[in-house]
Design a protein around this ligand. Structure first.
Ligand code: PLP
Length: 365
């Protein structure tokens, strides 16, 4: 059992809001208990608020963000469908993989790591795709891509976005942007432990749900009645009750603070962190103007490391001496830099000062 509190400043999970654990310890209800159904309905309503959508089909998929990704693809893609995917990091690559497993003809459009997806290039990649998919906030690189142009110019295509690292932290606006399908995870800016994948689906996308998706568990035809229906709810699978208590409470914390205020706090703390890292003489990895505030990527060149230490050794010291977790780099940044999260309850000025002080002391050797 963990005996010390960590300050979780990796790419996820972050430190959950305190209200969440109190909620997760509540007495168990049955998954068809009217009190639980009411709580689930309220959770879905809160999710609509953070997604900024009116979509009726909005609920937490039982599973982590990856389950959301699979649900978002498998319900809409059948063999031979053209799926255009913008790839500027690890998670865009995963979207290609999931679509390919559904038999899609995947049109993969690559962008250099550290840069955003260019909407014009994505729109020009195929004349009439079934689906266009993009990661709004690439956790592997710390980059935000613009979605609104894709929504405005998508034509007949469905627009799917991954907002695992952006929901609750950076201005996700499903209806204004014209997004048809979006999924997220609970462990990042929503400040809840990992385990659920908020999903939202537009009316237009609902009309295209395939009759028998290649997943039984994630089949929206069967799940939708239970999670968003009215009146009697039919059993599909046993809802993860305590996790839904936790999500309900985490969303409550975000909405009590005010969604805009919570997003502004992420922005303020992330920029403070980035300015502090630059002051330490470290170079940021993500392209300026497209940097996420909630997930900072920073280069840590060998000459900045204490003699005989790798960047991984430095992170190990940060963990053992300070109880502070940072994420290692991925791809081009692997072994050469860090990913520092500033998400959910962790996104506080005090944690920014703490991480900057700890990094400075540790790099000084
Ligand atoms: N998409 C993005 C952008 C992510 O950052 C992650 C996880 O970090 C995922 C998808 C997958 O989520 P999970 O690890 O919760 O399954």
């Amino acid at each position: 059992m963990p005996t010390t509190d960590r300050v979780l400043m990796g790419p996820g999970p972050c430190n959950p809001y305190p209200e969440v654990f109190a909620a997760m310890g509540r007495p168990m209800l049955g998954h068809l208990d009217p009190e639980f159904i009411e709580l689930l309905d309220e959770t879905n309503e809160r999710l609509r608020a953070v997604f900024r959508t009116e979509n009726a089909l909005t609920f937490p998929v039982s599973g982590t963000g990856s389950a959301g990704m699979e649900a978002a693809v498998v319900n809409f893609v059948t063999p031979g469908d053209v799926v255009v995917v913008g790839v500027n990091g690890v998670f865009g690559g995963r979207l290609c993989d999931v679509a390919a497993r559904c038999g899609a003809e995947v049109v993969r459009v690559d962008f250099p790591w550290g840069t955003p997806v260019d909407p014009a290039q994505l729109l020009a990649a195929h004349p009439n795709p079934k689906l266009i998919a993009v990661v709004h906030a690439e956790t592997s690189t710390g980059v935000r891509s613009d979605i609104a142009q894709l929504g405005a110019e998508k034509g007949e295509a469905l627009l799917l976005i991954d907002c695992v690292t952006s929901l609750g932290g950076s201005g996700v606006a499903i209806d204004d942007w014209g997004v048809d399908i979006a999924y997220s995870g609970t462990q990042k800016c929503l400040g809840v432990p990992p385990g659920l994948a908020p999903l939202t689906v537009s009316e237009r996308a609902i009309e295209t749900i395939v009759p028998t998706p290649q997943s039984w568990y994630l089949d929206l035809n069967m799940i939708a009645g239970y999670v968003t229906g009215s009146g009697a709810r039919a059993y599909h699978h046993t809802a993860p009750i305590s996790m839904i208590y936790g999500l309900h409470a985490g969303l409550g914390a975000v909405l009590d603070e005010g969604l805009e205020e919570a997003e502004a706090r992420h922005e303020r703390c992330g920029r403070l962190l980035q300015a502090g890292l630059e002051k330490l003489g470290l170079e940021l990895f993500a392209q300026e103007g497209h940097r996420l505030a909630q997930l900072t990527t920073v280069k840590v060149p060998a000459e900045r490391l204490p003699t005989g230490m790798s960047e991984g050794d430095v992170r190990a010291v940060l963990l053992s001496r300070y109880g502070l977790e940072l994420g290692g780099g991925l791809g081009e940044l692997a072994g050469k830099g860090w990913r520092i999260g500033c998400m959910g309850h962790t996104a506080r000025e005090r944690n920014v000062s703490f991480v900057l002080g700890a990094i400075e002391e540790t790099l000084a050797g």
